[in-house]
Design a protein around this ligand. Structure first.
Ligand SMILES: [Mg+2]
Length: 296
């Protein structure tokens, strides 16, 4: 008998979502913090951009600094509690909080090959927005893990950003999902053979809306996974989305309408069926090679 190689079942499928512009129209800071503090969004983003241009700040760090340092926030600091409360005001694209997740999870369960192969579906968010807001959103329970910018809070107040997520380092979190090392304290640098990875990239679907999602879509697509670009259903197809498809960053695009049977839901179900068929195919091929190994 030949030695058994170490293997993960690899029958988990992950859908990874960007948040702003993907599940929610607009921008979470504007819908929550800016409204509550009466902040003019143009002026805020101009000040943030000034930190980038004049003082060499990284773009995400610049806005995180202003949310601590700006006179408005010095006077009335943001707190964990406030951010969680603000989450109630985060708007969603149609269907997101109206049954999309339950329906999709039920769709998966209804397919006979899913129970035969023990296939499960997990949802993740990777966002450059704020963790504390996302932890308070009504759809929180549907996600296995949410990655977003985090502050170190002392006495309830943010004192320093302890995790910054921008467009390029977003990809690190895809590898965490891929290797099943979801905790930030776990190193993901050591090599892990493909067969040991919890969720191979070919079992992943990335959903995003803009240029900031391009690095993530590229990583997933190059490794055999899938990317879907979405855009505001009230608008025409944006140039960024056309470019994403033309440049093969995303195979499909659709309005961000999560109500069944929207085009987005149809594309997603097709993609899920394709992944499921490939998992079933691989597991029967694995059974053949295991049998041969035992009988050599
Ligand atoms: Mg976005």
């Amino acid at each position: 008998m030949l030695k058994e190689p170490k293997k993960a079942a690899q029958n988990i499928i992950a859908i990874v979502y960007d948040f702003d512009g993907t599940l929610s129209p607009g921008n979470m800071q504007e819908e929550t913090i800016f409204k509550a503090y009466g902040i003019d969004k143009k002026r805020f983003w101009a000040r943030s951009q000034a930190l980038v241009i004049r003082r060499g700040y990284e773009k995400t760090l610049a806005y995180l600094k202003l949310l601590i340092d700006d006179p408005v926030f010095r006077k009335r600091p943001l707190t964990k509690r406030k951010l969680r409360e603000f989450a109630r005001h985060v708007p969603y694209y149609p269907g997101v909080d109206g049954g999309y997740f339950d329906q999709l999870n039920a769709f998966i369960k209804s397919l006979p090959e899913v129970s035969e192969a023990g296939i499960t579906l997990e949802h993740y968010i990777i966002s450059s927005g704020l963790q504390e807001i996302l932890e308070g959103v009504s759809i929180r329970k549907y996600f296995k893990k949410i990655y977003a910018c985090e502050y170190d809070f002392r006495g309830g107040r943010p004192v320093f950003p302890k995790l910054v997520i921008n467009d390029t380092n977003k990809t690190q979190f895809l590898f965490r999902i891929n290797k099943g090392k979801l905790k930030l304290s776990e190193s993901i640098n050591e090599h892990m053979p493909e067969t040991e990875r919890r969720i191979p990239f070919r079992n992943m679907i990335y959903v995003g809306d803009g240029i900031t999602d391009v690095p993530s879509m590229t990583v997933i697509q190059k490794a055999g996974g899938y990317a879907i670009a979405v855009y505001d259903p009230a608008r025409r197809v944006p140039r960024a989305v056309k470019a994403m498809v033309a440049e093969h960053r995303a195979e499909h695009f659709a309005p961000a309408d999560f109500r069944s049977p929207s085009l987005f839901v149809k594309i997603l179900r097709q993609t899920l069926k394709k992944i499921i068929a490939s998992i079933v195919y691989r597991s029967s091929a694995d059974r053949s090679s295991d049998w041969v190994r035992r009988h050599m």
